[in-house]
Design a protein around this ligand. Structure first.
Ligand code: ZN
Length: 199
Protein backbone atom coordinates (compact mmCIF):
# COMPACT_ATOMS: atom_id res chain seq x y z
CA UNK A 1 0.00 0.00 0.00
CA UNK A 2 1.35 3.41 -0.97
CA UNK A 3 1.97 5.75 1.89
CA UNK A 4 1.32 9.46 1.57
CA UNK A 5 2.67 9.98 5.02
CA UNK A 6 5.38 12.70 5.17
CA UNK A 7 7.37 11.99 8.31
CA UNK A 8 9.08 15.43 8.60
CA UNK A 9 5.74 17.20 8.20
CA UNK A 10 4.13 14.96 10.81
CA UNK A 11 7.01 15.68 13.19
CA UNK A 12 6.56 19.42 12.67
CA UNK A 13 2.82 19.18 13.32
CA UNK A 14 3.48 17.15 16.49
CA UNK A 15 5.93 19.82 17.68
CA UNK A 16 3.40 22.59 17.06
CA UNK A 17 0.64 20.66 18.79
CA UNK A 18 2.79 20.33 21.90
CA UNK A 19 2.45 24.10 22.44
CA UNK A 20 -0.23 25.32 24.89
CA UNK A 21 -3.61 26.09 23.32
CA UNK A 22 -2.71 24.56 19.95
CA UNK A 23 -5.04 21.84 18.68
CA UNK A 24 -4.48 19.55 15.66
CA UNK A 25 -6.14 21.99 13.21
CA UNK A 26 -3.99 24.97 14.24
CA UNK A 27 -0.89 22.76 14.34
CA UNK A 28 -1.54 21.69 10.77
CA UNK A 29 -2.11 25.27 9.62
CA UNK A 30 1.09 26.45 11.29
CA UNK A 31 3.14 23.57 9.87
CA UNK A 32 1.95 24.28 6.31
CA UNK A 33 2.66 27.98 6.83
CA UNK A 34 6.22 27.18 7.90
CA UNK A 35 6.71 25.05 4.78
CA UNK A 36 5.86 28.08 2.64
CA UNK A 37 8.14 30.46 4.57
CA UNK A 38 11.37 31.65 2.88
CA UNK A 39 14.52 29.84 4.06
CA UNK A 40 15.83 33.03 5.71
CA UNK A 41 12.72 33.53 7.83
CA UNK A 42 12.77 29.91 8.93
CA UNK A 43 16.39 30.30 10.08
CA UNK A 44 15.58 33.47 12.03
CA UNK A 45 12.56 31.73 13.59
CA UNK A 46 14.61 28.74 14.75
CA UNK A 47 17.38 31.03 16.02
CA UNK A 48 14.89 33.04 18.10
CA UNK A 49 13.69 29.84 19.76
CA UNK A 50 17.16 28.43 20.49
CA UNK A 51 18.56 31.82 21.60
CA UNK A 52 15.72 32.39 24.06
CA UNK A 53 16.04 28.85 25.35
CA UNK A 54 19.82 29.02 25.77
CA UNK A 55 20.22 32.54 27.13
CA UNK A 56 17.28 32.89 29.48
CA UNK A 57 17.46 31.20 32.86
CA UNK A 58 16.13 31.66 36.39
CA UNK A 59 17.60 34.43 38.54
CA UNK A 60 19.49 32.64 41.35
CA UNK A 61 17.89 34.94 43.95
CA UNK A 62 14.21 35.43 43.02
CA UNK A 63 13.70 32.84 40.22
CA UNK A 64 12.50 35.54 37.79
CA UNK A 65 13.67 35.11 34.20
CA UNK A 66 16.94 36.78 33.22
CA UNK A 67 19.60 36.65 30.54
CA UNK A 68 22.21 38.05 32.93
CA UNK A 69 23.70 36.94 36.24
CA UNK A 70 20.89 38.45 38.34
CA UNK A 71 17.54 39.74 37.07
CA UNK A 72 17.01 43.50 36.58
CA UNK A 73 14.99 43.83 39.81
CA UNK A 74 17.54 42.00 41.97
CA UNK A 75 20.29 44.16 40.40
CA UNK A 76 18.43 47.36 41.31
CA UNK A 77 19.81 48.55 44.65
CA UNK A 78 16.97 51.05 45.09
CA UNK A 79 14.38 48.27 45.55
CA UNK A 80 13.15 47.75 49.11
CA UNK A 81 14.42 44.43 50.43
CA UNK A 82 12.05 44.47 53.43
CA UNK A 83 8.99 43.51 51.33
CA UNK A 84 8.83 40.42 49.14
CA UNK A 85 5.96 39.92 46.72
CA UNK A 86 5.40 36.24 45.88
CA UNK A 87 3.93 35.50 42.43
CA UNK A 88 3.19 32.36 40.44
CA UNK A 89 4.67 33.38 37.12
CA UNK A 90 7.30 35.83 35.78
CA UNK A 91 4.49 37.40 33.70
CA UNK A 92 2.85 38.53 36.97
CA UNK A 93 5.93 40.68 37.68
CA UNK A 94 5.39 42.51 34.39
CA UNK A 95 1.77 43.12 35.40
CA UNK A 96 2.65 44.41 38.88
CA UNK A 97 5.53 46.54 37.61
CA UNK A 98 3.09 48.39 35.34
CA UNK A 99 1.37 49.71 38.48
CA UNK A 100 4.64 51.29 39.68
CA UNK A 101 3.41 51.46 43.33
CA UNK A 102 5.36 48.47 44.47
CA UNK A 103 9.02 49.14 45.22
CA UNK A 104 9.83 45.91 47.04
CA UNK A 105 11.30 42.74 45.62
CA UNK A 106 9.72 39.62 44.11
CA UNK A 107 9.84 35.88 44.33
CA UNK A 108 8.57 33.64 41.52
CA UNK A 109 7.14 30.23 42.46
CA UNK A 110 6.79 28.98 38.87
CA UNK A 111 3.33 27.54 39.40
CA UNK A 112 0.81 26.87 42.14
CA UNK A 113 -0.09 23.83 44.21
CA UNK A 114 -2.50 21.75 42.15
CA UNK A 115 -3.02 18.12 43.21
CA UNK A 116 -5.26 17.61 40.14
CA UNK A 117 -2.30 18.36 37.89
CA UNK A 118 0.14 16.50 40.11
CA UNK A 119 1.86 19.72 41.23
CA UNK A 120 2.93 19.61 44.86
CA UNK A 121 4.83 22.18 46.94
CA UNK A 122 8.15 20.46 46.21
CA UNK A 123 7.83 21.38 42.52
CA UNK A 124 7.58 25.08 43.33
CA UNK A 125 10.38 27.47 44.32
CA UNK A 126 9.32 27.45 47.99
CA UNK A 127 12.63 26.34 49.52
CA UNK A 128 14.30 29.18 47.60
CA UNK A 129 11.77 31.58 49.16
CA UNK A 130 12.36 30.29 52.71
CA UNK A 131 16.11 30.84 52.25
CA UNK A 132 15.40 34.51 51.55
CA UNK A 133 13.59 35.15 54.83
CA UNK A 134 16.29 37.04 56.74
CA UNK A 135 15.69 39.57 59.57
CA UNK A 136 15.69 42.26 56.86
CA UNK A 137 12.40 40.91 55.47
CA UNK A 138 9.42 42.43 57.31
CA UNK A 139 6.53 41.48 55.04
CA UNK A 140 5.74 38.85 52.43
CA UNK A 141 2.80 39.65 50.14
CA UNK A 142 1.18 36.53 48.70
CA UNK A 143 0.25 37.70 45.21
CA UNK A 144 -0.70 34.31 43.79
CA UNK A 145 -3.76 34.19 41.53
CA UNK A 146 -7.29 34.42 42.97
CA UNK A 147 -7.93 30.81 41.88
CA UNK A 148 -8.35 27.73 44.08
CA UNK A 149 -4.71 26.79 43.35
CA UNK A 150 -3.49 30.31 44.10
CA UNK A 151 -5.40 30.45 47.40
CA UNK A 152 -4.18 27.00 48.45
CA UNK A 153 -0.60 28.01 47.68
CA UNK A 154 -0.91 31.30 49.60
CA UNK A 155 -2.25 29.46 52.68
CA UNK A 156 0.40 26.76 52.50
CA UNK A 157 3.25 29.27 52.30
CA UNK A 158 1.74 31.50 55.00
CA UNK A 159 1.81 28.52 57.38
CA UNK A 160 5.53 28.03 56.68
CA UNK A 161 6.40 31.72 57.01
CA UNK A 162 4.52 32.73 60.14
CA UNK A 163 6.72 30.74 62.57
CA UNK A 164 9.67 32.69 61.11
CA UNK A 165 8.16 35.87 62.56
CA UNK A 166 7.46 37.59 59.25
CA UNK A 167 4.22 39.43 58.46
CA UNK A 168 2.31 37.63 55.69
CA UNK A 169 -0.36 39.45 53.69
CA UNK A 170 -2.61 38.55 50.79
CA UNK A 171 -3.71 40.80 47.91
CA UNK A 172 -7.06 42.36 48.85
CA UNK A 173 -10.22 42.93 46.85
CA UNK A 174 -9.89 43.89 43.23
CA UNK A 175 -8.69 40.80 41.42
CA UNK A 176 -11.92 38.83 40.83
CA UNK A 177 -12.31 35.29 42.18
CA UNK A 178 -10.85 32.91 39.61
CA UNK A 179 -8.86 35.82 38.19
CA UNK A 180 -5.28 35.73 37.04
CA UNK A 181 -3.03 38.67 37.84
CA UNK A 182 -1.69 38.80 34.33
CA UNK A 183 -5.06 39.88 32.96
CA UNK A 184 -5.98 42.38 35.67
CA UNK A 185 -5.90 46.06 34.73
CA UNK A 186 -3.62 48.55 36.51
CA UNK A 187 -6.33 50.12 38.70
CA UNK A 188 -7.46 46.69 39.91
CA UNK A 189 -3.91 45.65 40.71
CA UNK A 190 -3.22 48.92 42.51
CA UNK A 191 -6.41 48.49 44.58
CA UNK A 192 -5.60 44.93 45.54
CA UNK A 193 -2.09 45.91 46.61
CA UNK A 194 -3.40 48.77 48.76
CA UNK A 195 -6.11 46.67 50.39
CA UNK A 196 -3.91 43.67 51.16
CA UNK A 197 -4.89 41.87 54.35
CA UNK A 198 -3.17 39.82 57.00
CA UNK A 199 -3.01 36.04 56.49
ZN1 ZN B 1 16.02 38.23 40.63
Amino acid sequence: MASYHLAPLEALMDAMESLPGIGPKSAQRMAYHILRMPEEKVRAFVKAITDAHEKIHYCPVCCNLTDGELCAICRDEKRDGSILCVVEDPRDIFALERVKDFTGRYHVLHGAISPMDGIGPEQLKIQELLKRITPEVKEVIMATNATLEGETTAMYIARLLKPLGVRVTRLGHGVPVGGELEYADNVTLQMSLESRKEL
